[in-house]
Design a protein. Structure first.
Ligand code: FAD
Ligand code: NAP
Length: 318
């Protein structure tokens, strides 16, 4: 396949990238490579349990869910290249060039970027140790495990407050821990949080340590601005302190991006997953307004693939 122009290059092999791979190849594109720097599957493979993927019942880990996906794609001809993409740019022929960390480059008519986003860590003691065992960054994913129990939420932005409201419907009580006494979140959301009876605001307080035992988290210790500490006994701690969008592959040598991003660094797409740059599509957690769910990322990948097929067809046959 060397020196051949790819019909489509897919960057990232999570649910969005793998579904894009399935739909592009099964839809007739012949030379498609999915660049995934690790094993395909994406961030859901870190999850010990997923119970909201439609049609999949019973106890299943994120890894179990994703294992059959690459094989299904390979059946239709998708190639996986285990390389890290460093940059995607456009060349003088109006095609894309995919640069990889091994110094190679590959030309492609279309690109679907599916590199996801990474929730930031807050940086308190015990956060990494108990991640996935009581510390979570996804209320939609893990909130149900704390049905009827008390949980803590860390953060003061829109995500933290909206997720606190979501958790308050499932959990007995939510402690909302924020390092200041005013919020970044929109005033309407702040008002809803303040009027929710089972949300207790723990303000001017930063998490110092999450602790627990072999079974998982048992509590969080916070310290306030007067240096007073407080122990809050909870089995679950949700942190929402912002996201790093994995958009680095789109950054050009001059520091500009290959397509338009919003102020949070998310790729702006239309309902067809088209970016502002013709032939470049984005799918999954990297795009604006992503619900950050496997089913949605997979749906995006399918939409982007169908558009990439039309784009390549138009480019080569008209
Ligand atoms: P990702 O899954 O993040 O995949 C991106 C891929 O791109 C990664 O494999 C990465 O290695 C690769 N990549 C990144 N940069 C490069 C590069 N430069 N070169 C090559 N490869 C690159 N969702 C649910 O629906 N239900 C749940 O219960 C649930 N639980 C979750 C639990 C945890 C602990 C986490 C972390 C997430 C959970 N999610 C859940 C969210 C879900 O995992 C994501 O919404 C989904 O994986 C997003 O898919 P994606 O394909 O957009 O990105
Ligand atoms: P965000 O706005 O950056 O808020 C992050 C919050 O975490 C802030 O309150 C910050 O505190 C706190 N924080 C950061 N680092 C911390 C640390 N180490 N320890 C403790 N607390 C820490 O992130 P976001 O809430 O994810 O929102 C991201 C963007 O998406 C925003 O533009 C937001 O408006 C948007 N968004 C919009 C909606 C909506 O419109 N419905 C929903 C979700 C997100 P400080 O305030 O003190 O800095």
């Amino acid at each position: 396949m060397e020196n051949m122009i790819l019909d489509c290059a897919i960057i990232g092999g999570g649910p969005a990238g793998l579904t894009a791979g399935l739909y592009t190849t099964r839809g007739g594109l012949e030379n498609v490579i999915m660049y995934e720097k690790g094993m395909p599957g994406g961030q859901i493979t870190q999850s010990s349990e997923i119970e909201n993927y439609p049609g999949v019942t019973g106890e299943i880990t994120g890894m179990d869910l994703m294992i059959p996906w690459p094989e299904q794609c390979q059946k239709f001809g998708l190639k996986h290249e285990m390389s890290e993409v460093t940059r995607v740019c456009k060349n003088e022929n109006d095609n894309f060039l995919i640069h990889t960390s091994d110094g190679k480059s590959q030309e492609a008519y279309s690109v679907i970027v599916c590199t996801g986003s990474t929730p930031k860590r807050a940086g308190f003691a015990g956060e990494d140790k108990f991640f996935g065992r009581g510390v979570s960054t996804c209320a939609t994913c893990d909130g149900f495990f704390y049905k009827g129990k008390e949980v803590a939420v860390v953060g003061g932005g829109d995500t933290a407050l909206e997720e606190a409201l979501y958790l308050a419907k499932i959990c007995k009580k939510v402690y909302l821990i924020h390092r200041r006494d005013t919020f970044r979140a929109s005033p309407n959301t702040v008002a809803r949080v303040k009027s929710t009876e089972n949300i207790e605001l723990v303000l001017n307080s930063a998490p110092e340590e999450v602790y627990g035992d072999a079974m998982g988290v048992t509590g969080i210790r916070v310290i306030n601005k007067d240096k007073e500490t407080r122990e809050i006994g909870v089995p679950g701690v949700f942190t929402f302190v912002g996201n790093n969008v994995n958009n680095q592959v789109l950054m050009q040598e001059d520091g500009n991006f290959l397509c338009e991003l919003n102020s949070a660094g998310e790729v702006i797409v239309d309902l067809s997953m088209r970016t502002s740059n013709a032939g470049l599509f984005a799918a999954g957690d990297i795009r604006i307004e992503a619900p950050k769910q496997v089913v949605c990322a997979a749906g995006d990948g399918a939409v982007a693939a169908l558009q990439a097929i039309s784009y390549v067809d138009e480019k080569l046959n008209h």
